[in-house]
Write a protein that binds this ligand. Sequence first.
Ligand SMILES: *Cc1c(COP(=O)(O)O)cnc(C)c1O
Length: 403
Amino acid sequence: MTAIMSFDNRQNDATSVADSWFDATPEHLQRRFSGSTQQQLMIHLKDGLQPESCVNFSSNDYLGLRFHPDVTTAAITAIGHWGLGSGSSRMVAADDPTFHLLEQELAAWKGYQSGLLVGSGMLANIGLIQALADRSTHIFADKLNHASLIDGMRLSTAHVHRYPHLDIDKLEALLIKHPAQRRMIVSDGVFSMDGDYCAIDRLIQLAERYQTLLLIDDAHGIGVMGTIDETCGARGLTENYGGHPQLIEVGTFGKAFGGYGAFILGSDRLMHGIRQRMRTMIYSTAMPLAMAAAMRESLKLIQQSDLSKQLHQNIRLFKSLTQGLPKMDSDSPIQPLMAGDENAALSYSRKLREMGFYVPAIRPPTVPKGTSRLRITLCANHEASHIHGLADALKQLTRETTA
Ligand SMILES: *Cc1c(COP(=O)(O)O)cnc(C)c1O
């Protein structure tokens, strides 16, 4: 019989191999997992600082839908009927009609022929770019694109040309310089750390002129940006281009929808090809049915549009109260305040925390060196008093540092 090795008869160096695997990260650059619970707008933190409860200005749940009773009730009811997990990949046994309904509703709302649900935005982008591109493909990508797009490009083995953030002229120069049979332009819609957004009209023009695909990941724009009226709600940056034959779009449920998961929208033929090839969908367990059922309710609430209107009122109020502060220009719910180096951003964040406002410091490598910032996010359910309070606190902080 072979002996089973236990921890007690391991070789001398067995632990030091693991313990010395990573270089020690300097204290001020370490990511923290100190634990928190969230209740509506409040976040309760057990990090040793006071007060324990703060107003949360860091959530991407821009419309407050994750606590909406229509959404949570739909999920609870679905769990009662169909259980929690979906048990397998959709390709095996979990291709429930609820998934198809949600895909059709999303596609119809945004004007596309076809939709496909995926486990998360990270999985959507990694799998999608891998499915679309190979070593003969040339991809033209904004330098500040989300990590999931960057990882998808890496896995795809395509040639990647990165253009400076939002610099459409540089993008065009690259397109002229690198002709190829199969080319794609890839960009975030609303950029998650800056709150600015791609020039969608010009990207569509370039895609047409140079015969490329255009992939837009509008995770932060859908439900938030675009015309808000009784018939449609905020459909995101691509609202005028849904169904354009060269456009593929990724959206997520983790932000304005208040859930978890993602979707891809495009033409019938393109989506058919993607379904055949998309490894992160084929080889991954289908999203819980309860999530799909809940996201159908979120979609209805987004279409009714009052929440998006309320969100934009809050954005306008915050912008008017913070004029003159070192803010990045943004009319999305992402309202960054520039700090410069990591320590300044951390100090701002900590002082706000002590004043009862939770706003995380965003540092390299998430953003370029020297551009550490506070990433303030606004939600529809912030009250005017919360926004006035935060604006006053920010004025006090920036006055202290410049004095
Ligand atoms: C949040 C985000 C993702 C990742 O989505 P998850 O569902 O959270 O994995 C992808 N792209 C962009 C632009 C995002 O902001």
